[in-house]
Write a protein that binds this ligand. Structure first.
Ligand code: ZN
Length: 216
């Protein structure tokens, strides 16, 4: 038994003694990207080094710049380089409407419809009890504070139509109606299980226009 597979243990010990190469480190770093496994990471690393050194440098600089400067807007929680983002500062928006979305990508999708003129709150997640993500983890108290500033009259819940998105909308809906706000949910133009990011602009615009009021 102790002699089983001596080659592989020899290889392992040789491997451990070799210092990590820049190539390995790059591949390992690329695995931070969602859905990128070891093989894909290695392919990307090879590609950048072999075919696109300038691209690799641009990527490195852009990553460093973004990681240093991008923060969360104090009002809507989306990504911005400012304390309060330009959308929150705009006087062309209706401050009595607050649309609650899961991600900055969802905010961008709704902006593309040009069917919504209010402000936003970005949860940066959703409730997911099975993954240990509860109201504290997504800091719902910040949303409550934002929505009860006295100016917001209606909260439009635009979380995804997945089980978790629906549960999140339900939970937030209860919290905000209890605080006297009108709460509405996107209409069912968005398919069951649908993520806003993948819904076409026309459908999303219709879902916004035909949103239904909750709890009334
Ligand atoms: Zn903002």
């Amino acid at each position: 038994m102790s002699l089983a597979n001596p080659r592989s243990s020899a290889l392992r010990s040789v491997g451990a003694a070799v210092p990590r190469s820049g190539m390995d480190e790059l591949a390992q770093a690329l695995r931070s990207l969602p859905g990128v496994g070891p093989k894909a990471a290695q392919r990307m690393a090879l590609y950048l080094l072999q075919h696109d050194r300038d691209g690799a440098v641009r990527l490195a600089e852009a990553l460093l710049h973004a990681a240093k400067t991008v923060r969360h807007c104090e009002q809507c929680n989306t990504f911005t380089e400012e304390v309060v983002c330009s959308l929150c500062r705009s006087d062309k928006r209706d401050p009595s409407l607050l649309c609650v979305v899961e991600t900055p990508a969802d905010l961008m999708m709704i902006e593309q419809t040009q069917a919504y003129s209010g402000l936003y709150y970005v949860l940066m997640g959703r409730l997911s009890p099975l993954d240990g993500i509860g109201p504290k983890e997504i800091r719902l108290e910040r949303l409550i504070k934002r929505a009860t500033d006295g100016v917001v009259k209606e909260a439009v819940l635009a979380t995804n139509f997945t089980n978790e998105g629906e549960a999140t909308a339900h939970y937030i809906g209860e919290l905000l109606t209890a605080r006297g706000l009108k709460v509405s949910r996107l209409a069912r133009g968005v398919p069951v299980g649908g993520e806003l990011e993948y819904v076409d602009s026309g459908t999303l615009a219709q879902a916004l226009r035909e949103r239904r009021t909750l709890g009334s």
